[in-house]
Design a protein around this ligand. Structure first.
Ligand code: FES
Ligand code: FES
Length: 164
């Protein structure tokens, strides 16, 4: 079936199978391998992408459901000049990853949170991020990175960064 949607700010139209998941389509047809697959059961959050600005588990979300919607993956987060999004930079600054497998999903979930709640408290950050699991870094550095990005984003005009 033909499915048209916006992917990282660009219109795209693909012929897909109704049974294909969004993760399969993004990885195998669009070559966006920042979408990571682990549990494939909507438990770990590593496959998180944004659909109309909200996080979804791409491993179980059927691809045709993004018809006429906006999809954002980690590859779409830097600005048009290639500068990293403040969340990406903050994860680097705080060494908030080790193997990096969970990181794209973490950053996209955090972006959705800060877009909705720029002044999120630590408790709110922890609660919102509870669906994203990390097996190797520990969560304190991740929390610090999200805090730093929240502060930085408050000083930036929102339109500077691609909208999810
Ligand atoms: S791979 Fe999708 S939630 Fe784990
Ligand atoms: S950095 Fe390895 S799973 Fe999170």
């Amino acid at each position: 079936m033909k499915t048209a949607f916006e992917l990282n700010g660009k219109s795209i139209s693909l012929e897909i199978e109704p049974r294909e998941t969004l993760a399969e389509v993004l990885r195998a047809r669009c070559w966006l391998t920042g979408v990571k697959l682990s549990c494939e059961a909507q438990v770990c959050g590593s496959c998180t992408v944004l659909v109309d600005g909200l996080p979804v588990s791409a491993c179980t979300y059927l691809a045709y459901e993004v018809r006429d919607k906006r999809v954002t993956t980690i590859e779409g987060l830097a600005d048009s000049a290639g500068r990293l999004h403040p969340l990406q930079q903050a994860f680097l600054d705080h060494f908030a990853f080790q193997c990096g497998f969970c990181t794209p999903g973490m950053i996209l979930a955090a972006k959705s949170l800060l877009d909705q709640n720029a002044h999120a408290s630590d408790e709110e950050i922890i609660a919102y991020m509870s669906g994203n699991l990390c097996r190797c870094t520990g969560y304190l550095a991740i929390l610090k990175a999200i805090r730093q990005a929240a502060v930085e984003l408050q000083g930036h005009p929102k339109e500077k960064w691609p909208q999810s």
